[in-house]
Design a protein around this ligand. Structure first.
Ligand code: NAD
Ligand code: DAU
Length: 339
């Protein structure tokens, strides 16, 4: 297969590309990424000389470029990870979320329709379902009720994907997963932010009462699930992905401090996030029963491995802190002619 992976220089996209390289070394993978602040070519240095891998710097909103890539590389499937992904940024600056997460999705869908692409997968999120109370789980039938500009833009993208299936009969899937963790997680998100702050002896900012619950999924288990959906997903279906690992934020923060041998005195309760969703929890029964997916990581082993990864890869996150990671771009990417 020839795959167009968008947003492949980000956290989940880069882990997915590495997973696919290991499981399907013969597939051509074209990684289209705009290299926003969240895109980092250091996530994929091991693939730089791989003959079945191409990196293209560009925007999913650039219709001519997307069409050019589908034609040039005879793409069979598109897996769309490209997005603005951080809730806090969507609260302070929502506009770019609408552009990338909604308009960008439509550009990809339209190009896929024009060129008769066999499969389109939209990487979505459990946040489109809104917030849960103390009990219950999100299933694929849960009504969409997004609460932040980020989740609203993701929900709108999902509805466009659905519409392209219903209207044009396109072979699409939408995956909705819970919070990912693992290597190459950008240090603005809870787990890497707390690890890097603890290592620097800085305060750990916990929003509100610290009792909001997230359902953690190892990024490699997520990648394996998308691989299954790519090959076996039934046209038009939504698949929830989650590993039954609910934790309060304060549990996560205390676990990190304990593992690193830091004092809880570093914890600082700060003003809550606006519209902060209280609890997410995924029911992955459909993916398990229909496609045979099972997570390999327990949270206990995955989080320890992740903390150790940040200890062993300090240069990676220090380069992000200093902005150094942005400097190599000019000579490391190739930009093709459009159209
Ligand atoms: P990320 O922010 O780490 O990476 C996003 C990538 O997309 C970056 O490489 C960025 O440069 C690229 N990008 C942004 N705008 C672009 C554009 N206009 N054109 C091309 N590339 C662009 O995000 P992530 O955490 O890896 O998330 C990937 C996808 O998974 C997103 O769609 C997100 O909504 C979804 N998701 C993430 C999580 C999570 O826990 N991280 C959970 C559920 C769903
Ligand atoms: O559920 C899937 C979603 O998970 C994805 O769709 C998003 O792209 C991804 O960013 C993530 O969203 P969250 O808002 O859940 O992740 P974040 O790491 O920003 O925050 C996790 C929890 O930790 C949330 O309850 C807010 C809290 N938090 C976060 C930060 C950054 C803090 O208490 N302090 C912080 O400094």
């Amino acid at each position: 297969m020839n795959l167009l992976v968008t947003g492949g220089a980000g956290f989940i996209g880069s882990n997915f590309i590495r997973h696919m390289r290991e499981t399907h070394p013969d597939y051509l993978i074209v990684n289209l990424d705009k290299l926003t602040y969240a895109g980092n070519l250091d996530n994929l240095t091991d693939l730089e000389n791989d003959e079945n891998y191409r990196f293209v710097k560009g925007d999913i909103c650039n219709e001519a470029l997307v069409r050019h890539l589908l034609r040039t590389y005879s793409i069979n499937a598109i897996i769309n990870f490209a997005a603005e992904s951080h809730v806090d940024r969507s609260i302070s600056d929502p506009g770019i979320f609408v552009t990338t997460n909604i308009s960008g999705t439509q550009v990809l869908l339209e190009a896929a329709r024009t060129y008769g692409i066999d499969k389109y997968i939209q990487i979505s999120t459990d946040e489109v379902y809104g917030s849960l109370g103390a009990t219950g789980y999100f299933t694929e039938e849960t009504p969409l009720a997004p609460n932040s500009p980020y989740s609203a833009s993701k929900a709108a993208g999902d509805l466009l994907v659905r519409a392209y299936h219903e209207t044009y009969g396109m072979n699409v899937n939408i995956t909705r997963c819970s919070n990912n963790y693992g290597p190459f997680h950008f240090p603005e998100k809870l787990i890497p932010l707390m690890i890097t702050h603890a290592l620097d002896g800085k305060e750990l900012p916990v929003y509100g009462d610290g009792l909001n619950i997230r359902d953690w999924l190892h990024v490699r288990d997520h990648a394996a699930a998308i691989d299954l959906v790519l090959h076996q997903g039934k046209s038009g279906e939504v698949y929830n992905i989650g590993g039954h690992n609910e934790r309060t934020n304060i549990q996560i923060v205390e676990l990190i401090l304990e593992r690193l041998g830091n004092s809880k005195a570093l914890i600082r309760y700060v003003e809550d996030r606006l519209g902060h969703d209280r609890r997410y929890a995924i029911d992955p029964a459909k993916l398990e029963s229909q496609l045979g997916w099972q997570p390999k990581y327990t949270f206990e082993t995955g989080i320890v491995e992740t903390i150790d990864w940040y200890l062993e890869n300090e240069v990676w996150w220090r380069d992000i802190q200093s902005g150094q990671y942005l400097n190599g771009y000019d000579f490391r990417y190739s930009e093709p002619a459009n159209g």
